[in-house]
Design a protein around this ligand. Structure first.
Ligand code: HEC
Length: 139
């Protein structure tokens, strides 16, 4: 009897770990789905659908070494970017427009999509992580 109880407890413990992971996974998938739409509507005309960028005008996002600086990426999405920058050893110097209408959640969805699709990460970047970063951006 004791043994059976032990097995039942073990099964429940496993089940709760699994469901916990899948909640996070469901959320990640939802963020990515939204992120794709936001990207297509607001970013792809410059950075292109596959994030490959456009000639010397618009830098690539796919495989960009700039992604190492996640705080700057989060900030430039809402506040834009101006002045010379270097991406994968190539210089760019054009205006990227600000997107002040994006909510913190929309920025988080977009950033989750970008890092999962092109930054070699398989993880959620939640709104709880993004909000304090946005609050510290130099405007
Ligand atoms: C009007 C064209 C344009 C649009 C639209 C645009 N960008 Fe950009 N983006 C640029 C330019 C130009 C730069 C480089 C800015 C510079 O030269 O200082 C840049 C830089 C970046 C960078 C940093 C460098 C790199 O390539 O890794 C990221 C990340 C980025 N943009 C993401 C986005 C996202 C996400 C969106 C959609 C919300 C977006 N951009 C919309 C033109 C654009």
């Amino acid at each position: 009897m004791m043994r059976l109880a032990g097995i039942v407890v073990t099964i429940f413990a496993f089940a709760s770990i699994l469901s916990c992971q899948s909640d996070e996974e469901i959320k990640r998938q939802r963020y990515i789905t939204e992120g794709i739409l936001i990207y297509k509507n607001n970013c792809a005309n410059c950075h292109q659908t596959k994030g490959e960028g456009l000639a010397a005008l618009y830098p690539p996002i796919a495989g960009s070494d700039y992604l190492a600086d996640k705080k700057s990426v989060i900030c430039l999405i809402r506040y834009g970017q101006q002045g010379p920058i270097v991406v994968n050893g190539k210089k760019y110097n054009r205006l990227m427009p600000a997107q002040p209408q994006f909510s913190d959640l929309e920025v988080a969805e977009l950033v989750t999509y970008i890092y999962n699709e092109w930054g070699g990460q398989k993880k959620l970047i939640g709104v709880k992580e993004v909000t304090p970063i946005l609050a510290q951006c130099k405007k």
